[in-house]
Design a protein around this ligand. Structure first.
Ligand code: FAD
Length: 377
């Protein structure tokens, strides 16, 4: 499991692969978890979900933005979604990453971009803006930015990653903000984060229960874990927590039937809907957190019947092979288009500066350099 996670998080961090994937459009199964590449397609998806009493958080996909022009483009795309939500009068809000607004190279630029988005969202009916949390190295800056903006705006909130030892203390700072509580999607060091499912789940439940009893704003319980969902429902009933104090959230393309049945029971429900051409890192993180998600990619290589027959362990191993082949061919296709030497140089250069390598059974596994991550906030 650790190896799977490291492998896919490593892929998600690869600038070269992200750039290549952008050119080919959602493939390897990503089209099942990304709602198209245009505003029209995302508005269509929102309308379909709204009809089922499900709200939407739209993520205009993008990270690894490293030029000022790129951040302006990201900001404009987000503002375009805000206008579309307003014009179509649909039930939706925005999730964004400050790394797509420039936080990795110019924090003030990221702040200004985000402030402009918040102003526009405020004008368009106070649409909520959620700042997604990313790798730990960026957390301090996210919270600093949030603290600068929360006095001026009421339509801003963020995400608590309960794998962090500090998660409860951070959540306690913001009882009056709308917060999404997640387990955490990145690979973090044992010095800052719990590593086992049991510990992460316990912290998750502890923080949710405390929020439900004390917070004055909405708590979004973002998980596909039915045990946790059932626990929260029971806890809310036992403690007379009003259903308007919380909602459940899931990602588009995962456990849709469960999501719809929870919404039919009368619980508030939001689906996180990513759209756009920057799908690769998002999709790799989904594979990292749950190897079974690889079925989405695997379905393009073998039939569901084969999956059942060979069993999940073997299927998982074969699927990784398939995915590696898929990624390799994705990379290969582009090499034909672009200058081969330049591409290879870029890829190797990235690996040398940012990644640690592990040679496992002849395959090259790429793992993030976490020390580097933590220093680079
Ligand atoms: C709406 C939303 C927003 C998010 N935003 C962020 C963010 O800003 N920052 C961040 O770091 N992370 C974010 N995440 C990701 C999150 O941190 C987790 O990595 C991710 O949700 C996996 O954890 P989980 O609780 O859903 O389930 P897991 O811990 O992966 O699974 C627990 C159990 O749930 C069941 N299960 C889970 N998925 C499925 C499935 N597809 N089908 C069948 N059973 C299943 C299985 O029994 C499994 O054992 C977000 C997640 C969601 C849903």
């Amino acid at each position: 499991m650790g190896l799977f996670k490291s492998f896919f998080i490593g892929l998600s961090n690869s600038t070269a692969l992200n750039e290549l994937a952008r050119k080919f459009g959602p493939s390897l199964g990503a089209n099942k978890v990304v709602a198209g590449e245009t505003i029209e397609s995302v508005i269509e998806t929102i309308k379909e979900l709204n009809q089922k009493n499900i709200s939407v958080s739209v993520d205009s996909l993008g990270e690894f933005v490293n030029t000022k022009a790129g951040t302006i483009e990201s900001k404009n795309k987000i503002i375009e979604v805000i206008h579309a939500i307003h014009e179509h009068n649909v039930d939706a809000h925005i999730s964004l990453k400050i790394s797509q607004l420039g936080s990795e190279f110019d924090k003030e630029l990221a702040y200004e971009n985000l402030r402009e988005i918040l102003l526009e969202a405020h004008k368009c009916g106070n649409i909520h803006i959620n700042i997604d949390t990313e790798k730990f190295a960026s957390l301090h800056h996210i919270l600093e930015t949030l603290d600068r903006l929360r006095g001026e705006f009421k339509n801003v909130g963020t995400v608590i990653q309960t794998y962090l030892y500090d998660a409860e203390a951070i959540a306690d700072k913001y009882p009056d903000l709308r917060l999404r509580i997640v387990k955490g999607a990145y690979k973090e060091l044992p010095s800052i984060a719990y590593q086992t499912k049991e510990e992460i789940d316990q912290n998750y439940i502890r923080i949710i229960e405390k929020r439900l009893l004390t917070a004055t704003n909405l708590t979004s319980i973002a998980t596909h874990d039915h045990d946790i969902i059932n626990h929260v429902k029971q806890f809310a009933k036992d403690n007379n927590v009003n259903k308007d104090h919380f909602e459940f959230q899931m990602l588009y393309g995962f456990r849709s039937e469960l999501a719809e049945s929870i919404a039919r029971e009368g619980y508030n429900f939001t689906i996180y809907v990513p759209y756009g051409d920057d799908w690769f890192a998002y999709f790799m993180r989904r594979l990292a957190e749950r190897p079974q998600n690889i079925n989405l990619a695997f379905k393009e290589f073998v039939t569901p019947k084969t999956l059942t027959v060979v069993g999940s362990a073997v299927a998982g191993a074969v699927a990784v092979g398939g995915l590696i082949a898929g990624v390799a061919s994705l990379f290969g296709k582009n090499k034909k288009k672009d200058n081969k030497d330049e591409q290879l140089h870029k890829y190797e250069g990235y690996n040398k500066s940012n990644q640690a390598h592990e040679q496992v059974n002849g395959e090259l596994f790429v793992t993030p350099d976490f020390d580097n991550n933590q220093k680079s906030s």
